[in-house]
Design a binder for this molecule. Structure first.
Ligand code: G3P
Length: 219
């Protein structure tokens, strides 16, 4: 089971990395836009810096929507750093591109996945990761966690090697639910990761330990 952080913000990545539990990073064009990174060269430098900080898999998404453009952009992204995983949307051109990347030995993350059918095609194409978007399904009253569980069941039945990367995580409970569902990876906002730490009984217990220590050790 691996923890990825879903952000392009270097400070948040550094903070999560300091915890010692961070295994990777996922980005997408919206997350990159939030960092005001303009131009491909600046994006490339940003991806390389993320790889340097985390030392784990970093998903960098293609912008092109056509097969040839995806191949061109994906090859350039993969050449930036060995940790780069090329993120490709689950479309006909995207599945075709993932199939070609698999043949080329380039690792991929099939993203914007909202159904078992899409996840099946991603696995058949040889995607390294598949990203079902849990939160966005919940946002429209569907069951994102059940999609993760269904994908996990089918992948296990047929022995697919594609790893299930639960994405669009909204909160700490999503993390636990997706782990229960058997996801290989969850990619989360920093707040959700830090939320795993919080429990009032830990805080009150530590406070009592310190008070008892102070009581018998006061100068
Ligand atoms: O980066 C992929 C996914 O985690 C984004 O989800 O719904 O928070 O935009 P969302």
């Amino acid at each position: 089971m691996k923890f990825f952080i879903d952000t392009a913000n270097l400070e948040q990545i550094r903070e999560a990395h300091k915890l010692g539990v961070l295994d990777g990073v996922t980005t997408n064009p919206s997350l990159m836009a939030r960092e005001n990174i303009r131009g491909q060269e600046a994006c490339n430098r940003h991806y390389v810096e993320i790889c340097r900080i985390v030392g784990g898999d970093v998903s960098a998404e293609v912008i092109a929507t056509d097969f040839e453009g995806m191949l061109r952009e994906g090859e350039a992204l993969a050449a930036l750093d060995p940790h780069i995983v090329v993120k490709v949307p689950c479309t006909a051109d995207g599945i075709r591109a993932i199939t070609r990347f698999t043949e080329m030995g380039i690792r991929t993350n099939c993203t914007l996945v909202f159904s078992v059918g899409q996840a099946l095609l991603a696995a058949k194409a040889g995607a390294t990761y598949v990203s079902p978007f849990v939160g966005r399904l919940d946002d429209i009253s569907e069951d994102g966690v059940e999609l993760v569980a269904h994908i996990v069941r089918i992948y296990r039945t047929y022995g697919f090697r594609t790893r299930v990367l639960a994405a669009s995580i909204r909160h700490t409970r999503h993390i636990v639910q997706c782990m229960d569902a058997g996801a290989d990876v969850v990619t989360c906002p920093l707040a959700a990761i830090l939320g795993l730490l919080k429990h009032p009984l830990t805080e009150s217990g530590l406070k009592q330990f310190l008070a008892d220590h102070a009581r018998v050790n006061q100068a």
